[in-house]
Design a protein around this ligand. Structure first.
Ligand code: B12
Ligand code: SF4
Ligand code: SF4
Length: 404
């Protein structure tokens, strides 16, 4: 079999697994990507992503460290923007008739994409080993290999100002996976495309996480980072800007004109019901550990863990909930998790300072009673501080100066 034939068979193999986009990159160190990643690390933009150390980033920008002897990387992409009617459903932010709903990033509407990719990529790797006698190693997302840099080098798309890879026809709505191999496959070249003068993603980002000229993201400000990866409290100054996002964030993707008309999606990544994409918020606060595991088994949302997810739900209820949601938030003041109790306190205050004037008085009274009675018994110092701040915010009183 000559080199062209081998290449064609490898690409065909990946396509038969259902990947509409397959490109080959040379397995070389991408100096520019490494510099960008190290600069992001040095600037603190990756703080909180503990595993992304300087040493990890050096390895992750060297396919030869990922698979010793690697000559090529086969990049595979699956589209996932089959949002149907669910993503358009009203969140019911202002209407008592509709329950307040949260918003889940589109990549997390269906089955966990890691599982979907792993199965397919491992089959490709196995054929490379068994039929081609080659070395092969597959990865998706969490493996020690940065995926966007080789995908851009191989012309799968270009590097957008949102930092997303934009694939022609699909825009940012593709997930990536890769198989490194020691087969010497002729690489594809990069696209000659850029975002031009567009800046829509930068303007659309609710928290200003993208640099003014784009291409750099500060994870410390990113809703996606906080709602998925952050295990602790969300900085108070960011919470009001989270809107109704409860897992991930697509604001910079939704704003992108590239691939905006695409509805292509791998079927496993589709929402099965409105609850997968825009779940009703208040009932989520009743999930205990077992119910959370049961509801989200095999779904990306498990990644946030129960306490982190309910923390996100509290923030969203504070931002878009109505007076009808107050009892659920007040119950969450007694949640076993201090993380949830603290964010519930914030959300109670945020909700009562937002609701319409007609219902404000009684709502505020009952909110204050709940906050004050929880304060009587609360032992956790962090939660006590959240409750005190919440009482001050709800009554618009400045906090009394602390003694000592
Ligand atoms: C860590 C991580 C995150 C972090 C940090 C993201 C970030 N931008 O740094 C957080 C948790 C915030 C995150 C969020 C999301 N992520 Co993420 N994430 C990753 C992960 C694991 C590593 C990304 C990374 O290397 N960051 C470090 C920075 C330095 O690298 P970079 O952003 O790729 O930067 C490159 C460019 O900006 C470029 N560059 C830098 N300067 C300049 C200047 C110019 C002029 C140019 C042209 C280029 C350029 O060079 C850099 C190196 O290649 C990858 C999976 C993987 N193993 O690669 C998924 C990955 C990037 N995430 C993905 C997705 C889908 C998301 C979300 C959309 C999920 C969501 N809906 O909530 C958001 C989108 C946020 C965003 N705008 O990027 C997909 C992206 C697919 C695509 N089409 O691009 C990936 C590839 C996962 C996958 N397997 O599909 N993510
Ligand atoms: S994912 Fe959301 S918060 Fe993060 S950069 Fe994009 S728009 Fe901003
Ligand atoms: S919104 Fe505009 S600037 Fe941002 S990634 Fe898309 S095309 Fe590029």
């Amino acid at each position: 079999m000559d080199a062209d034939e081998t290449r064609e068979r490898v690409v065909g193999l990946a396509r038969r697994e259902g990947f509409p986009l397959v490109r080959i990159a040379a397995a070389t160190i991408d100096r520019r990507a490494r510099e960008a990643a190290l600069a992001a690390h040095a600037a603190g933009n990756l703080d909180g992503l503990g595993w992304m150390t300087e040493a990890w980033l050096r390895r992750a920008t060297d396919p030869g460290a990922f698979l010793p002897g690697a000559r090529s990387v086969v990049l595979c992409a699956l589209p996932y923007r089959g949002m149907g009617v669910w993503a358009c459903a009203s969140a019911g932010a202002d209407g008592e008739a509709k329950p307040a709903r949260g918003r889940v990033a589109a990549y997390a509407h269906g089955r966990d994409y890691h599982r979907v990719f792993e199965k397919k990529l491992r089959r490709v790797a196995r054929v490379l080993r068994e039929e081609f006698g080659a070395l092969a190693r597959a990865t998706v997302d969490y493996g020690p290999l940065l995926e966007r840099a080789p995908a851009v080098a191989a012309g799968m798309g270009w590097s957008g100002k949102s930092t997303m890879l934009l694939a022609p026809g699909f825009g940012p709505w593709v997930m990536l996976g890769a198989v490194a191999t020691n087969l010497d496959l002729a690489p594809d070249g990069p696209l000659r495309k850029t975002c031009g003068s567009c800046t829509r993603c930068i303007t659309a980002c609710p928290t200003g996480a993208l640099a003014p000229d784009g291409h750099v993201l500060d994870a410390r400000l990113c809703i996606s980072y906080h709602t998925i990866e952050n295990r602790g409290p969300v900085p108070r100054e960011l919470r009001a800007d989270f809107g109704d996002w409860i897992f991930g964030c697509d604001a910079c993707l939704d704003a992108c004109p590239v691939g905006a008309g695409s509805t292509a999606s791998h079927p496993d990544l589709l929402a099965r019901s409105q609850e997968d994409a825009r779940p009703e918020l208040a009932p989520l606060l009743q999930l205990d550990e077992a119910a959370f595991q049961e509801r989200y088994r095999g779904r990306p949302i498990l990644r946030a863990k129960r306490d982190g997810f309910l923390r996100n739900v509290c923030i969203a209820l504070g931002n878009v909930g109505t007076a009808a949601d107050l009892p659920a938030l007040c119950s969450a003041l007694d949640d076993p998790s201090a993380l949830v109790r603290g964010h519930a306190a914030w959300a109670v205050a945020r909700l009562v300072t937002r609701v319409r004037p007609g219902s404000a008085l009684s709502t505020k009274d009952s909110a204050l009673r709940s906050l004050e009675s929880r304060l009587q018994i609360e032992q956790d110092a962090g939660v006590r501080e959240e409750i005190e701040l919440a009482i001050a915010a709800a009554t618009r009183r400045p906090l009394a100066a602390k003694e000592g």
